[in-house]
Design a protein around this ligand. Structure first.
Ligand SMILES: *[C@@H]1O[C@H](CO)[C@@H](O)[C@H](O)[C@H]1NC(C)=O
Ligand SMILES: *[C@@H]1O[C@H](CO)[C@@H](O)[C@H](O)[C@H]1NC(C)=O
Length: 165
């Protein structure tokens, strides 16, 4: 009798959707890249969907994680970040959107330490066409961009909901 319930429970747990995990910059991590388009090329290699997690590996005190609006991202204006943390850690996207990441340390954004990551709402890639980068996604993005930041250092778990200016 009890066995039945145990089996049902196990199936329910495995059915919970968990996203994939990607390390930004792969082995290189989050730093001033060797070429300005390095992170755009990195992002283009993958197809991100909501609930996926980005791992930001970097040396504390030398870089940070700064999330900007598209406009501020394009001009590398880090004076008014949507979100910012000095801690290495993970960002889990909780809704389909484009998140614009950079580092606020002087000159780092201009040297290419920036990446716009589009998270699709469905796990299957769309039919052949332009890569799902900023263009299409950003224009129809909702006002709120919820994501979760987990610091590697403390294991602190901050659910972040940033709102477009
Ligand atoms: C950067 O953005 C802020 C508002 O977010 C604005 O006041 C400032 O003028 C901008 N700086 C530049 C250089 O565009
Ligand atoms: C992401 O997680 C939410 C909540 O668990 C779920 O409703 C949604 O379907 C998931 N999205 C994808 C693309 O798996």
């Amino acid at each position: 009798m009890n066995m039945k319930y145990v089996i049902v429970l196990v199936i329910t747990i495995t059915a919970i959707t968990e996203g994939a995990e990607y390390t930004v910059g792969d082995d290189m991590g989050w730093m001033i890249p060797p070429s300005p388009d390095y992170y755009a090329s990195w992002a283009a290699k993958y197809y991100f969907v909501e609930n996926d997690t980005l791992v930001f590996n970097f040396e504390e005190g030398v870089h940070d994680i700064t999330v900007l609006t598209k406009e501020d991202f394009n001009t590398c204006n880090t004076t008014n970040p949507l979100f910012q943390t000095p801690d290495p850690g993970t960002v889990t996207d909780l809704s389909s959107d484009t998140i614009y990441f950079t580092c606020s340390f002087a000159g780092h954004c201009a040297k290419g330490q920036k990446v716009a990551v589009y998270f699709a709402s469905a796990p299957l890639p769309p039919s052949p066409g332009p890569s799902p980068s900023e263009s299409a996604a950003a224009d129809q993005s909702p006002a709120s961009r919820p994501f979760k930041f987990v610091s590697e250092k403390m294991g602190t778990n901050r659910k972040v909901s940033v709102t477009m200016a």
